[in-house]
Design a protein around this ligand. Sequence first.
Ligand SMILES: *Cc1c(COP(=O)(O)O)cnc(C)c1O
Length: 498
Amino acid sequence: MFYRSTRGNSRPVSAAEAVKTGIAPDGGLYVPGSRVAVTAGEVAAMSGMTYGQRAVKILGLFLTDFTMEEIADCVDGAYGHGKFDALEVAPLHRLDDHLYVLELWHGPTCAFKDMALQMLPRLLPRAAAKTGEDKEIAILVATSGDTGKAALEGFKDVPGTRIIVFYPARGVSAVQERQMVTQEGGNVHVVAVEGNFDQTQSGVKEIFADPAVNEAIGRRGYRFSSANSINWGRLVPQIVYYFSAYGDLLSRGEVEPGERVNFVVPTGNFGNILAAYYARQMGLPVHRLICAANRNNVLTDFIRTGVYDRTREFYRTISPSMDILISSNLERLLYEMTGRDADRVRDWMAALREEGRYRVDEEVLDGIQAVFWSDYAGDRQTMETIRDTYRRYGYLLDTHTAVGKYVYDRYREATGDGHKTVLASTASPFKFNRSVAAAILGEQAVAGQGEFALLRILSEATGLPVPRGLKDLEQKPVRHTLTVAPGEMKRAVLEILA
Ligand SMILES: *Cc1c(COP(=O)(O)O)cnc(C)c1O
């Protein structure tokens, strides 16, 4: 199978090429060039499988130039060997008769990014080898917190790769910084930048685009690549857990074969919910996809009106991983919803770049509304949802997942829809512990407490263990101490890859 660019001006490429390059030369995103379908029988068979078996099955349908042995190897490396602190990898927790929580945060960094960033590092070197690449892959990442750590854990000691993560020196939380500077592994480098996230990200983009740097590292046997969320190799592992959730519902007798379910997804860059859309297109019995946004509700407005308008105020919220005004992966949905009309997609993306907004046609909007529904939660509603859910069910939600729960409740009120529904839970409550502790214990209980103390306080109050990835962080030795000015990032890369 070949992959096409959503902007239509690049030649079709193999899956390996799409994974290696990440983005198409015309600036578009790669999408599967032909329809991938599963039969009702294949969906039913998922119920008897482990997570790893489900992953091999789904990945094999998309990565057609990888052998099944290679895929099984990648899956084993990503999800086997106790990498995840739950045997099921992505366990499904039943809240009540209607609602189930799909816990996607049992990986090493306690957020759902691990689901994809444990897999991509294993696919990349193999993709490079298949496309005749003889150089080692050097991954550059600029992070505002979560992605950097997940990428470090994913690429740690993966043969044929090196990873350099840049983070803004005063732009990440104490826990996030500790997670990164204590990172182990022989091929990992972590560098603090004396600047903000925008400067850090611009610095990385400049290095990627600098021909002299590319040539210099090429002579030393390296080639840059990115672990960015628009890479198809990050999207396809996310399709797996929607099938996995359905397999678990079937095996527990919670749904009949063929019975349709809803998925609620706390959304930022539109990657996670897009994976659910592809699962639906493949034949997974899905009724509605409910897109939950925070106060940066650009997607809610889009799904309601067909107008995407990023010219609005940007808010910092207590669900920071969803504080996004340009949802890159939406481009793939537009391509599918227009019947794969790259001309229209190109026009809209040009309008977004130049005017900050675009409006889709009526029939495209109808198509989107037939599948998607959206609402958003403010910070106060998010806090109340964490408290109410804990009181009512004894179940602790993180701030992002709480946005999803709030929006699901609005959906039930607005539509009366009684289909069983799965809420994608994107982070451990311990990862965003200050807000979570304040929600259930009150502001006084957290005032003046440091983040490490709050881990203990939250654990003692709830009886839940602090997750492995966050425990003992304070005691771990610091291994990375390099700090550079934004103008010195290039030199740092050249010295690291000497
Ligand atoms: C990245 C992230 C999201 C948003 O996911 P998208 O795929 O960007 O829509 C939501 N919650 C958490 C905790 C995240 O880390």
